[in-house]
Write a protein that binds this ligand. Structure first.
Ligand SMILES: Cc1cc2nc3c(=O)[nH]c(=O)nc-3n(C[C@H](O)[C@H](O)[C@H](O)COP(=O)(O)OP(=O)(O)OC[C@H]3O[C@@H](n4cnc5c(N)ncnc54)[C@H](O)[C@@H]3O)c2cc1C
Length: 372
C-alpha cells in the first residue's frame, strides 16, 4: 500500500489551492434563502467558467476529467479554503452520476452541460407526505399519453425546490405492479404546465424546502431516465451517490474538525480535550476510509450497500463535531452564528438521504447478512 500522492496529484492540489485561495467568497448568506441562493449561483458559475465546477467530468463537457482521487483532493482544498456548500449539489452530485450511468447520449449531452454551468438547477422529488423511509410506498402516478406520460401527485421535503428549475423524481407507471416494481424515474422542468411549487420554511428559519404538486403534467418519453418500470434500480444508483461518496466527501468534515481544533486552541477546556481529539481522528479516519473505497472503485468495484455504513459515519460525525464545539463555547453557544447554524443542520444528517435507522437495517441485512 502506498499512501503518498503522485507528483501530478500534488500539482493538481497546488493549482486548486492557489485558485481557491484567490477566489472563494467569504461571508455568503445561506444558500437556502432566495437571495442567498442567487448569490451562490454567481459563485457556482465562476467555478464553472474556470473549470472547477465538476472537475471529474469528461473533457467532452469541457471539464478536467480528473480522477476520483483528484476529485477528493479538490474537495479537501475547497472546504479548507472555506468554500460554501454547493447549492447545485443535488444535480452535480446525485443526478449526474445517474445520468452518466443510465442516460442516453442525447440525454447526457442535453442535461449535463447546463447542469454543470448552473443554468438548470435540479432538486430531488422522492419523498411524499406518506412515503419517506418507505420510498416504495410512493403514490404519485404517471399515466401513458401519446409520446410521453402525464404525472399526477405530490412530493414534499424538496430541498431548495422553490429556487430550482428542474426536478428528478419517481412516479408509478404501472398501477398494477407491487411496491418496488412499476416505477419510473422522470426528469421534469418545474415550469411545465400543471406544476405548482410551494416553498416553506425549516425550523432554522430558512425557506429551504418545497412541496411540489403535479396535475396532469406532460413529460415526453425522452425525459424518462433508464427503463420504464425499472425506476427503482435507477433510484438506487442515485441513493448510492447520496449516502456514499459524492454528497458528503471527507474534505467537508476535515475542515470542520480543523475549525474545531482552532476553537479549542483559542479557549481550551481540559474536560473536552479527548472529545476534540476523537473528532479530529474520526474525520481523518473517514478520509482514509474514503481513499480506500475510491481505490476499489477505480479498480472497477461497485459501491453497493456499504454506502449505508458511510452515511451512518459521516452523519453521526457531523453531529459530534458540532456538539463538541457548542460545549467548548459553553453558555455563549446560542449567541454564536456559524457553529449553532451548523449544529442545527447537522441534526438533519441522520434524517435526510434515508434515516439512520433505515441505514442500520440495510447494513444488518445486506452487509452483515442478518435475517430481516
Ligand atoms: C434536511 C432534509 C432535506 C431533505 N431533502 C429531501 C429532498 O430534497 N428530496 C426528498 O425527496 N426528500 C428529502 N428529505 C426527506 C427525507 O428523505 C425523509 O425525511 C426521510 O426519508 C424520512 O422520511 P419521513 O420524514 O417520511 O419519516 P418516516 O419515514 O415517517 O420515519 C419516521 C421515523 O420512523 C423511523 N422508521 C421508519 N421506518 C422504519 C423502519 N422500517 N425501521 C426502523 N425505523 C423506521 C425513521 O427512521 C424515523 O425515525 C429531506 C429531509 C431533510 C431532513
Amino acid at each position: 500500500m502506498d499512501l503518498r500522492f503522485t507528483e501530478s496529484e500534488e500539482a493538481f492540489r497546488a493549482e486548486a489551492r492557489a485558485w481557491l485561495d484567490a477566489n472563494v467568497p467569504h461571508e455568503l448568506p445561506s444558500g437556502d434563502t432566495r437571495d442567498g441562493f442567487a448569490l451562490h449561483l454567481d459563485w457556482e458559475r465562476k467555478l464553472f467558467d474556470d473549470r472547477w465546477a465538476v472537475v471529474s467530468w469528461p473533457k467532452e463537457y469541457g471539464r478536467r476529467e480528473a480522477s476520483l482521487i483528484e476529485w477528493l483532493i479538490f474537495e479537501e482544498e475547497y472546504y479548507r479554503a472555506g468554500g460554501p456548500q454547493r447549492v447545485t449539489q443535488n444535480g452535480i452530485f446525485l443526478l449526474a452520476p445517474t445520468v452518466f450511468e443510465f442516460g442516453t447520449k442525447e440525454q447526457q449531452d442535453r442535461i449535463l452541460p447546463r447542469m454543470a454551468g448552473a443554468e438548470d438547477l435540479w432538486c430531488q422529488g422522492w419523498s411524499e407526505p406518506n412515503a419517506g423511509s418507505d420510498l416504495a410506498g410512493i403514490k404519485s402516478t404517471a399515466r401513458r399519453d401519446e409520446g410521453g406520460w402525464r404525472l399526477t401527485g405530490q412530493k414534499t421535503w424538496t430541498t431548495r425546490g422553490a429556487f430550482c428549475t428542474h426536478l428528478f423524481g419517481l412516479f408509478r407507471t404501472d398501477p398494477e405492479a407491487q411496491r418496488h416494481r412499476g416505477m419510473s424515474y422522470f426528469l421534469v422542468p418545474l415550469d411545465a404546465e400543471g406544476v405548482t411549487v410551494r416553498g416553506f420554511g425549516r425550523l432554522d428559519g430558512d425557506e429551504g424546502f418545497a412541496e411540489v404538486f403535479f396535475e396532469d403534467v406532460f413529460v415526453p418519453d425522452g425525459d424518462v431516465l433508464g427503463e420504464v418500470n425499472k425506476g427503482w434500480n435507477v433510484a438506487m444508483a442515485t441513493t448510492g451517490s447520496e449516502r456514499g461518496l459524492t454528497l458528503r466527501s471527507p474534505g467537508r468534515f476535515m475542515a470542520t474538525a480543523a475549525r474545531l481544533v482552532e476553537l479549542w486552541k483559542s479557549q481550551p477546556e481540559p474536560s473536552i480535550d479527548d472529545d476534540v481529539v476523537a473528532c479530529w481522528m474520526d474525520a481523518e479516519a473517514y478520509r482514509w476510509q474514503t481513499y480506500a473505497t475510491v481505490a476499489r472503485l477505480m479498480d472497477g468495484a461497485k459501491a453497493g450497500a456499504e454506502a449505508s455504513l458511510t452515511k451512518l459515519f459521516w452523519s453521526e460525525l457531523d453531529v459530534r463535531l458540532h456538539e463538541t464545539a457548542l460545549r467548548l463555547l459553553g453558555p455563549d453557544a446560542e449567541l454564536e452564528g456559524p457553529w449553532m447554524k451548523g449544529f442545527e443542520f447537522a441534526l438533519a444528517g441522520p434524517i435526510y438521504a434515508g434515516t439512520n435507522e433505515i441505514q442500520r437495517n440495510v447494513v444488518a441485512e445486506r452487509v452483515l447478512g442478518l435475517p430481516r
